[in-house]
Design a protein around this ligand. Sequence first.
Ligand SMILES: Nc1nc2c(ncn2[C@@H]2O[C@H](COP(=O)(O)OP(=O)(O)O)[C@@H](O)[C@H]2O)c(=O)[nH]1
Ligand SMILES: [Mg+2]
Length: 443
Amino acid sequence: MVIFCNPRIFDAIFLLVVCFLLDQCSPHNHVDEDDGFDFQQGTKFKLVVDEAKAPRYLLYDVNPGEGFNLRRDVYMRIAVLIKSLNEDAPWILVLPPWSGIYHWRSRDIEAQNKIPWSAFFDLSSLRSFVPVMEFEEFLKISREPVIEELYYLQHYKEGWDKWEEKMDRRPCMHNPYSYDSEANLWRGWFFGYDRAVGARKLECLSVMGHAGFVKPFLLTNTSARSVMLDRAETLLHDRYGDSVFWQCRRSMRFAKHLRDIADNFRAEYLDSTDEGDKAIIEEDWQSMKRNHGDAIGGPYLAVHLRRADFVRAREKYVPSVKSAAKQIKHLAKQLNLTKIFVATDAPQTEYDELKGYLTDFSVYQFEPTLEARAKYKDGGVAIIDQWICAHARYFIGTRESTFSFRIQDEREILGFAPETTFNCLCKKKESECEQPTRWLIKY
Ligand SMILES: Nc1nc2c(ncn2[C@@H]2O[C@H](COP(=O)(O)OP(=O)(O)O)[C@@H](O)[C@H]2O)c(=O)[nH]1
Ligand SMILES: [Mg+2]
């Protein structure tokens, strides 16, 4: 039997339509000879007689300069929006492929493009929070590689003196898209897919508000099947740190193949196992609830030493390598730990310098072979580093680094005592410096 769900036709002629298994209703006409439909099976298929209930698709992208971990944060804002939308109508979040990430510069640049989320995250875990699909899947079920409506979010040109939630259609202050009059489509970056994808309609929206603020707009001001919000980082978290935020965060499990590599490294070099660390992972994040202090972690100190662009961009906070080494040494002695794991984006010379100051300790770094780096990509290696840091007896990160923040969340999920987690290096050893806000887990 043929599945047939086209909003345009049905909007016009108002017919009752049978759409079964919401996933199977495409954003456009979709005919699939293999989709056997059997009313006798009753419970297997959901009978929906209202065409308006066919799922809609929300896509988003983030400011091109943003790195991996801020992007993870924007995912959470949009995923919470999707959760809320689904209270009224079925919406599916289309995951933006990883392309052109500023920090991912391994030699084979092409290999760092169009990376699906499944390379880094456990999709079935994400799906137990909200419905998500890969962009490639979205393209497969779309009749043509077209996003119906694209909204480019921007601030207000005139700025603001009183913060209030508002949103207005405004002329674009900056528009990275261009109109292709031959195809009648807007062309742009589209996650590195470039001209292989287009948008039917483009508008700029000046917005000041939380992600949830655009919900009424999506539900009532547009009936497009697929809607994309570009510059989605413009939208704020609905409620940073509440239990829904944490549900979303808990569902963002790293892909199993990456966790396995990190776990093997922990066992081989750091005497760290889930059992010994009291950090057993439950299959389903929803049933994993820990108290602070349940986890003790492996017998090592983990440091996230953010260097590269931070050295200049965060000059006020980022210590010299020598000063960082002093602080690490002091801490390791105090904690009576002889093993130090270093996650860093520092060039080899800086890492060697650091090691030179820490000769009394065993210093480890996860150093993938060229083959492994090609296979797991720069993003996968970053995740492996984060997962190892998340299991240490004590963690110290870099101030204002979202890479460090995501390690802190991970440790909250595992059940570490907050004092072993919310720590950052200071500019100078002697100076008192502000320590990270303790965003404690809420269930
Ligand atoms: N493997 C690895 N990569 C890192 C490390 N620190 C930074 N990076 C890379 O640099 C990027 C930093 O960008 P981002 O994730 O936005 O974090 P932030 O800039 O520190 O807030 C990461 O995504 C990694 O690609 C590290 O300790 N290990
Ligand atoms: Mg960044």
